[in-house]
Design a protein around this ligand. Structure first.
Ligand SMILES: Cc1ncc(C[n+]2csc(CCOP(=O)(O)OP(=O)(O)O)c2C)c(N)n1
Length: 370
């Protein structure tokens, strides 16, 4: 029947609405929450986002620094300084920074290959990140990894094992340890929308839900898993619809909105610390660069989609405009934050390039125990 309303997990839908969500349009001004089988759209405007000058400028600086670090790494790759490859989070800088900056120092971050911003927000120094990519002795793997399998022990950042799914059970294990200790500490991890098709994602989510672990899982739905599109990856309208299957609260949000992610993830972590169990947040962004530095994405990405997301949903442009329009920061403060970010990234590159390559004699160190 034309125009008839049906219910999908409590969301009133017409027949036309049953088509896959248009992430660009549907998440302009609203976000979706699912609690039990009750799904509700909410207006972002009514949420009450943070407007504290110092906190907002701190987030702005970290988002800008993330882009500056990745752009500096990109040109370093082209100058031959990166012996392996590099993956960047262009388009998800806001989601990474805004979520990880909700963690306390003593809590755990288990990032993925697009979460340079999460590393920076948790306190991993840019020069150490650069030294990692340059394969230098002062990097966190002491030159053993030329990719993004990078952690940073002093700040409780655990490195990823594979890009595909394996972090979620590890994050669940970390959260379980904190629960057993009764520490009130939480953990935060990420996975790509492609990675949710892997079995490990299911095992980790299920364990976290059954044991009510203090874990927040962010699905970075950047709409491309290398060349695979969401419609070839999952058959439901949106990944957030899997949350009620696990029995956990779910949120579907625009991941290019820094202050929105900061609020939703901050609340989810508070719930986790208070014993309320895990949350699944689907953060929609678009990967507006290649899968890795080697990838010519213009061969397969819809360039009209790319134009819309870079012009209207670039996280940095959006944050600049939001802080200005809401009179949270001045144009001078925003400009100064960008300049400082570029100087910091370039200074970190110069420092990392001074670090030596590892001594070949050390190749077996930390590999075998006798
Ligand atoms: C087990 C395994 N299979 C394949 C790969 C190669 N690979 C790395 S990332 C990736 C795509 C991942 O897509 P998604 O999870 O959506 O994350 P995105 O890269 O888009 O952020 C692939 C196929 C891998 N690293 N490990």
């Amino acid at each position: 029947m034309e125009g008839a309303k049906a219910q999908v997990f409590g969301i009133p839908v017409t027949r036309d609405d049953l088509a896959r969500l248009d992430y660009f349009e549907d998440l302009r001004d609203r976000y979706l929450s699912i609690e039990g089988l009750e799904a509700r759209w909410h207006s972002i405007e009514e949420l009450g986002l943070d407007d504290d000058h110092d906190r907002c400028l701190r987030l702005h600086h970290l988002v800008s620094l993330t882009r500056a670090v990745e752009e500096t790494l990109d040109s370093a790759f082209r100058s031959g300084h990166i012996p392996g490859t590099a993956f960047f989070g262009r388009g998800n800088e806001a989601a990474s920074v805004a979520s990880a900056s909700c963690l306390r120092d003593e809590e755990w971050l288990i990032p993925m290959h697009r979460n340079c911003g999460s590393h920076l927000a948790k306190g991993h120094p840019p020069a150490s990140i650069m030294a990692h990519f340059f394969g230098r002795a002062d990097g966190p793997s002491a030159g053993r990894d030329g990719n993004f399998h990078m952690g940073y022990r002093p700040k409780k950042i655990i490195q990823l094992i594979s890009h595909i799914g394996t972090t979620v059970p590890i994050a669940a294990g970390v959260a379980w340890a904190e629960k057993v200790r009764g520490s009130g500490r939480a953990a935060l991890t990420y996975i790509g929308e492609g990675g949710t098709s892997a079995g490990d994602f299911h095992e980790g989510m299920n364990l976290a839900a059954v044991k009510q672990l203090p874990l927040v899982v962010i699905v970075d739905n950047n709409q491309y898993a290398y060349k695979t599109l969401p419609e070839e990856q999952f058959a439901c309208d949106s990944i957030v619809l899997k949350a009620p299957g696990y029995g956990v609260p779910g949120y579907l949000i625009d991941g290019t909105n820094t202050l929105l992610m900061h609020k939703i993830c901050g609340d989810a972590l508070d719930r986790a610390r208070a014993g309320g169990g895990p949350t699944l947040i689907e953060s929609v962004t678009m990967r507006t660069a290649g899968h890795s530095v080697y990838d010519k994405f213009t061969d397969y990405v819809d360039m009209e989609q790319h134009r819309k997301w870079t012009e209207e949903r670039d996280p940095i442009k959006r944050l600049d405009a939001y802080l200005l329009e809401n009179e949270i920061a001045t144009a001078d403060e925003i400009g100064e934050s960008h300049t400082r970010a570029r100087e910091e990234a370039e200074g970190a590159r110069d420092e990392a390039l001074k670090s030596p390559f590892p001594d070949p004699e050390s190749v077996a160190d930390d590999v075998y125990a006798t």
